[in-house]
Design a protein around this ligand. Structure first.
Ligand code: ZN
Length: 263
């Protein structure tokens, strides 16, 4: 695995929902946990940098003592309601990966046999984050498994979501996070052709060191099961945390299979 990003001491963390509601799986991080994590970052001299800047050289290497990238997949409204105000308090900004078909709607793509579906941010809420320094990237149009699509469908998901976001938000969209963390060399190639400069995955991948390394940049997810000790070892880019993440990512693919079988 290419650890370039961690060698530069820029951990990239991935969240989904910041909420006290109980969810299916481990994606719901309770608000008080999130507050503690942000407080820890602040107390320890971390500053957030955007996904657009952290590899561009636009940031002076020694401008900040420690840097972190905070990303949020799916644009859940709990990120707007709970994470955004806490991050503002500490002067942090994040990156939101948006599913364009679900803006302002319920997360009906998600397998959720037990709980209620939660809402996605609407365009006004997303625009407010952008106005406050947040970055937006694509999380596709419909949150389908990109590796299962025809070339035309795949290109539509990649290019289409980019165009919708650019039109609605009037900003350039250069980054993508792949739904269900499902990708292969074809997806990375098409993402590049569609105009993405960086793509984000969960865990590590051999693609990271191959032809399109910037289209498969490793992140570590923060989950319900993370307490301060594992949060700290994720910040440090601990290899065992990557190992754990790769296992969690495989299990989350279970929800794709579940959906194929039962829906
Ligand atoms: Zn997602």
């Amino acid at each position: 695995m290419d650890m370039t990003l961690f060698l530069r001491n820029i951990p990239i963390l991935a969240y989904h929902k910041i909420t006290n509601k109980i969810g299916w799986g481990i994606n719901n991080v309770p608000v008080r946990f999130f507050y503690r994590q942000m407080h820890y970052l602040h107390e320890n001299g971390f500053r957030t940098v955007s996904v657009n800047d952290f590899l561009s050289g636009g940031i002076a290497e020694h401008a900040y003592r420690k840097k972190v990238v905070l990303t949020f997949d799916d644009a859940d409204v709990s990120v707007y309601e709970n994470a955004f105000p806490i991050m503002q308090k500490f002067g942090f900004t994040g990156t939101l990966f948006v599913i364009t078909d679900f803006v302002g709607k319920k997360d009906m793509w998600d397998v959720n046999p037990v709980g209620r579906h939660s809402s996605q941010m609407d365009w006004l809420q997303i625009k407010e984050l952008v106005a406050n320094g947040w970055t937006v990237g694509s999380h596709s149009i419909s949150h389908r498994d990109l590796t299962s699509l025809t070339t035309t469908e795949l290109y539509g998901e990649l290019k289409g979501s980019k165009e919708i976001l650019e039109k609605e938000l009037n900003i350039g969209i250069k980054t993508i996070s792949y739904p269900f963390n499902r990708f292969n060399s074809n997806v990375l190639e098409k993402a590049f052709e569609a105009g993405y400069e960086k793509g984000f995955i969960l865990g590590s991948s051999h693609f990271q060191s191959e032809t399109k390394p910037r289209l498969a940049i490793p992140r570590l997810g923060i989950y319900l099961i993370d307490f301060m000790r594992t949060f700290q070892s994720k910040l440090a880019g601990n290899k065992f945390e990557f190992f754990k993440q790769n296992i969690i990512s495989r299990f989350s693919y279970g929800s794709v299979l579940w959906k194929k079988i039962f829906f």
